[in-house]
Ligand binder design. Structure first.
Ligand SMILES: [Zn+2]
Length: 294
């Protein structure tokens, strides 16, 4: 194809292309791709937090607490640590240790093959690992369900014990694990908890977290003057400070950058970057699959 002057030639043909073709050509045209992945991609891959996947795994918790979905349940203040771990151990198997590979993630990985890309995600599930992404290209900014932190955040290290999680699932009854299985912080003795951010204390960020963060920041720096495609996939408005707002800010700071948002919801786009914004509102899984097939 003949390259005309100016960035993003694909946009001049925008009206004649399907959304999948448009995005595919933008990806091919980009010099660097920064992908922000939210819960919408895991939902598109079938890892939904409501419906059968939830009701099959937690009928007892739903009966007791009338939970509406797994997100609400995972943030609930359980009555004690034995109940907390009865829930979290089952949740960890479902959304991390036993999480199957998702087609939408495979499609995204295939699309990025040979590309100059980096991913930041607020998802703490294991979907990128299951789909065999190069994890050096993925920054999990909201922790991982397979990791634990001191509930007092007394030190910046994380722990993991998959065998103990499986034992908790096997040996629990009446929504309680045996007291002897409750894990404690080796430094201060407080209970451990899943590695995640909360409003008061933030999140325990270990050395591995900081390595991921440095690689991501390095990628942004190396590509800051290029034709960068900021591709947001299934990012809602729960934590806009991690993906949505920085992507919009970086787009505004680079006249060659383009902000592409894949979302069926029409979120507010700041006026300054509207000319640099493309919205893909068709089904995420369908668009990724069409592109990966081409
Ligand atoms: Zn501690």
């Amino acid at each position: 194809m003949q390259q005309l002057d100016g960035p993003w030639q694909t946009l001049t043909m925008k009206s004649s292309l399907s959304q999948a073709d448009l995005l595919h050509q933008l990806i091919d045209e980009a010099e660097a791709i920064v992908i922000g992945v939210g819960a919408g991609l895991s939902a598109a891959a079938g890892f939904t937090y409501a419906g059968r996947r939830f009701t099959d795994a937690f009928p007892d918790f739903i009966a007791k607490y009338r939970f509406l979905d797994m997100l609400q349940a995972s943030l609930f203040n359980f009555e004690d640590e034995q109940e907390y771990w009865a829930f979290q151990s089952r949740f960890s198997l479902l959304n991390f240790f036993d999480q199957p590979v998702g087609q939408a993630y495979i499609d995204l990985r295939n699309l990025m093959s040979g590309k100059n890309y980096h991913i930041i995600t607020t998802n703490a599930d294991n979907a990128f690992y299951a789909a065999k992404f190069d994890m050096d290209n993925v920054f999990r900014i909201q922790g991982e369900y397979g990791l634990w932190q001191c509930s007092e955040h007394c030190h910046q290290e994380t722990y993991h014990d998959e065998a103990l999680i499986r034992q908790m699932v096997r040996e629990q009854s009446n929504m309680k694990i045996p007291e002897s299985l409750v894990p404690h912080c080796p430094k201060c003795g407080a209970g451990l908890e899943i590695n995640k951010r909360n409003e008061e204390k933030g999140m325990v960020e270990d050395a591995h977290f900081h390595e991921q963060k440095e690689r991501y920041e390095q990628f942004l720096k190396e590509n800051e003057d290029k034709k960068v495609l900021f591709l947001e996939i299934g990012v809602g408005h729960t934590t806009p400070q991690f993906i949505k707002h920085p992507f919009q800010q970086m787009t505004q700071e680079n006249t060659k950058a383009l902000f592409v948002t894949m979302n069926q919801r029409d979120y507010f786009i700041p006026r300054a970057i509207r000319p640099q914004t493309v919205r893909i509102d068709e089904d995420i899984a369908d668009v990724l699959h069409t592109m990966a097939d081409e």
